[in-house]
Design a protein around this ligand. Sequence first.
Ligand code: ADP
Ligand code: MG
Length: 240
Amino acid sequence: MNTPSAVLTGTGLFKSYGMARALAGVDIVVTAGESLAVMGPSGSGKSTLLHCLAGIERPDSGEVLLDGERVDQLREPARSELRRTAFGFVFQSGQLLPELPADENVALPLMLGGMPRRAAVEQARQWFGPLGLQGLEARTPGQLSGGQAQRVAIARALVGKPKVIFADEPTGALDQATGMEVIHLLTDVSRRQGAALVLVTHDANVARWCDRTVEVRDGRLAGDQAAAQTGTDAKAGSRR
Ligand code: ADP
Ligand code: MG
């Protein structure tokens, strides 16, 4: 299952919230450096899958491997460190600390890792040019547009040189044109950094920018070989 180029592997993932089953047996492999779009209707389990792969939540059963090592069984302090060092996150909106200027928001993961403030901010500022944010370093999130704030969030996700970036509906709060610009930047900088990207979206125009698409239906993957093999749902199996 764990091919040599796999960076992240989820096997047999189940997760329920009370009586609600959010994941019903997902097998998924994220290859190093690839961008993977996770599509599917609202409530199908996309965010739960992302949370389980990223160590935000623990699956009820199944395994998550990062570079071949089990990470799902780690206790919270270790998972927290993993999220800070190996992963980057971009959410829909509201993820920046409102009282901090943009450059310090980007520097935060580095400072949390023990880097002195000055060095962290200096490193953070190097991302402002490539992301089209030059001159906005001192602005607080309230002084940024939605698209600018998402680009600051992308810089923050990238600053720690993660192996995998997780983005959950990162364009959900943006207009179409701004959203596409953000996706273009996100896929481009991830690729250039060699980071894999797991991008949850229900927008096919967004998914088009990714190398590969899988679809979640009722907590299972459709349009994915593992799902087709077990015969659970071969409906969308033609899409790679
Ligand atoms: P999606 O991201 O595809 O919209 P989610 O993964 O958020 O779907 O949710 C999958 C299912 O699990 C839904 O039925 C949702 O109501 C339920 N669910 C998700 N998170 C929770 C939670 N924290 N508590 C209870 N139910 C949840
Ligand atoms: Mg969701």
